[in-house]
Write a protein that binds this ligand. Structure first.
Ligand SMILES: Cc1cc2nc3c(=O)[nH]c(=O)nc-3n(C[C@H](O)[C@H](O)[C@H](O)COP(=O)(O)OP(=O)(O)OC[C@H]3O[C@@H](n4cnc5c(N)ncnc54)[C@H](O)[C@@H]3O)c2cc1C
Length: 549
């Protein structure tokens, strides 16, 4: 059988030595398997982990009636990729190729090993991550998206899958000649796009993120009925940090996330000022690593689950989720962050995703390669977007309401903008109108001495943030005048009419004891990845104190 991953085979499919096998053996049992037996199949959830002791195990990716080979594992080599740790459905099929013996570990056994054995943990995590990246690279998942680059729904779905690291194939109705045959096969019309063919069988027309997550089994192993020690709402850097520290310190932690792990940071093309990454790190990469780290320590992350209400009249706290679900916890960390402000422009929501964007990632850069783009805003994220897009071959106009960038942007970004011939800064200039039928076609901008229509098809809005705090309204969590959550010493006596304790609220604690707020959602927070991570990890110390109170 040929193997497609020859170049990185030794890192992706390392063989364990006898001492490592001995350490693993006490977490599982040996099993004789005849040739031809399917050990686990695509779609199985909460699968076991297998090490080949003798014989050979074939790994294939079943797609559309055929089997694409992935690897042939021999003695010492093992199964698994990222999905295994979270108990999600497997994307591949394994079949015993040559009869022999396997060491079988249940998921709990594998989790104990990755938490307690640093040597094996490193080998498994590296192999699992590389295997996932290879599956993404080959789009060897279980989902096919049929869409159009002019449709906001398509962009949302692709962003959701990409940001969740879920491999998928994409077919564009305008560009791909095979699409019509596929649509006919599923009795679909071009007007039905975006369409997702989930697990190669189920057809979803313009599904919500929640429907998609359910269909793909992204939350298959999360049981919402368990009462958790700590519920973290939001899986941006702050929430993931709370999850990593909470779970690693023995708390039962559940994170609920509306969209995908990483939050705003996940949409950043490159974060250059986060400690320990001198050459920068892509936001998606940082998010992926943090997510894996949280799961490694046993935190559970429920994807496409939005908190819609916090009920705090009784203990444990109850957080209601969209879709009439709820979850209970003894302590809550609010880490719901903030979202970029929208401009009051007619037609804005219609053109979102079709020329209007709130983040500049490689996906958007690909859409506007070689073209003129406008970036609105004078803060660091506008600066990063401008530098990134210029580096991808775009001609970038940065529109700033004020007289220049100096007040609002880091010096290193201003310098790069000044040095880039592809970026032009337009001070005291604003967007007045946008136009376009199915996609953005032109933008009217007004500067100090003229107003003009620019034939620009890509507009990046980076104009400040609004907090995600509407879901807190019933619980009496005190907010500041912009809607950010007040904590610690910022809480005035009038914010605490129902504070029941002798002590004052701790640092990061809200006006409700046991409910903490971290990261961008917190009033007065510094809007940076490092501060969000710092606050998320600090909050866990306070959660321990609260639970012991
Ligand atoms: C494009 C861009 C570039 C940036 N670059 C940098 C940089 O280079 N350096 C730097 O230090 N900072 C940078 N930042 C800022 C940094 O990303 C943020 O400060 C940081 O992400 C804040 O983290 P957070 O976890 O507090 O919130 P967020 O990142 O906003 O995450 C909040 C999460 O909560 C989820 N959520 C919201 N409401 C709900 C709900 N009701 N239920 C469940 N989940 C919910 C959201 O989907 C989101 O995933 C950048 C921001 C952007 C947008």
């Amino acid at each position: 059988m040929s193997e497609p991953y020859i170049e990185r085979r030794s890192e992706m499919f390392p063989a364990l030595n006898p001492a490592q096998l001995d350490r693993l053996a006490r977490f599982g049992h040996r099993r004789s398997v005849p040739a031809g037996e399917i050990v686990f199949d695509q779609g199985d959830a909460r699968g076991c982990f297998y090490v080949v002791l003798s014989g050979a195990l074939q790994v294939v990716h079943p797609a559309d009636g055929r089997e694409d080979p992935i690897a042939l594992l021999s003695a010492g080599e093992f199964t698994g990729e990222i999905n295994l740790l979270s108990g999600r459905r497997t994307l591949v099929r394994t079949r015993m190729h040559m009869s022999g013996e396997l060491l079988e570990l249940p998921l709990e056994g594998l989790r104990k090993v990755v938490q307690g054995d640093a040597d094996l943990s490193e080998i498994f995590l590296r192999a699992f991550v590389l295997r996932r990246l290879a599956l993404i690279g080959k789009t060897a998942g279980d989902a096919v998206v049929i869409g159009s680059s002019h449709s906001a729904g398509t962009l949302r779905i692709r962003e959701f899958l990409t940001r969740n690291g879920h491999p998928h194939a994409y077919l564009d109705v305008e560009r791909d000649s095979t699409v019509q045959a596929l649509l006919d096969r599923f009795a679909l019309r071009v007007e039905d796009v975006p369409v997702v063919i989930c697990a190669y069988t189920k057809v979803l027309k313009n599904p919500t993120n929640e429907e998609l997550a359910d269909c793909l089994g992204l939350n298959a192993s999360v049981d919402l009925s368990d009462v958790r020690d700590l519920l973290v709402v939001g899986a941006g850097p702050a929430g993931l940090a709370a999850a990593v520290y909470g779970a690693s310190e023995g708390l039962k932690v559940l994170v609920v996330e509306t969209s995908a792990p990483g939050g705003q940071a996940g949409s950043s093309s490159r974060i250059e000022n986060y400690l320990g990454f001198p050459t920068g790190i892509a936001g998606a990469q940082l998010a992926g690593r943090a997510f894996t780290q949280a799961e490694k320590f046993g935190a559970e992350v429920a994807i496409a689950r939005s908190a819609v209400r916090l009920r705090c009249a009784r203990r444990p706290f109850v957080v209601e989720l969209a879709g009439e679900r709820e979850v209970k916890a003894r302590a809550v960390v609010i880490a719901t962050g903030a979202q970029y402000r929208k401009l009051p422009l007619e037609g804005l929501s219609r053109l979102e995703g079709s020329g209007i964007y709130y983040g500049a990632t490689p996906m958007e850069a690909k859409l506007c390669e070689g073209q003129e783009v406008i970036v609105v805003g004078g803060g660091n994220s506008a600066g990063q977007a401008a530098v990134f897009l210029a580096g991808k071959g775009c001609r970038v106009h940065v529109l700033v309401r004020g007289p220049g960038l100096a007040d609002s942007m880091s010096r290193y970004l201003i310098q790069r903008i000044e040095e880039s011939p592809a970026v032009t800064v337009h001070p005291r200039t604003v967007v007045k109108e946008i136009a376009g039928q199915d996609a953005l076609e032109k933008v009217r901008v007004e500067g100090p001495d003229k107003s003009q229509w620019m034939p620009v098809r890509h507009l990046f809005l980076m104009t400040g943030a609004e907090p995600h705090t509407a879901w807190l309204r019933d619980c009496g969590v005190a907010l500041d005048d912009k809607g950010f959550v007040k904590t610690g010493q910022d809480l005035r006596p009038e914010d605490l009419p129902r504070w029941p304790l002798q002590r004052s609220p701790w640092l990061l604690e809200t006006s409700v004891p046991g409910v903490f707020a971290v990261g961008d959602v917190r009033s007065g927070s510094i809007k940076r990845v490092a501060s969000a991570v710092g606050e998320g990890s600090t909050s866990v110390h306070l959660v321990h104190r609260f639970l012991a109170e």
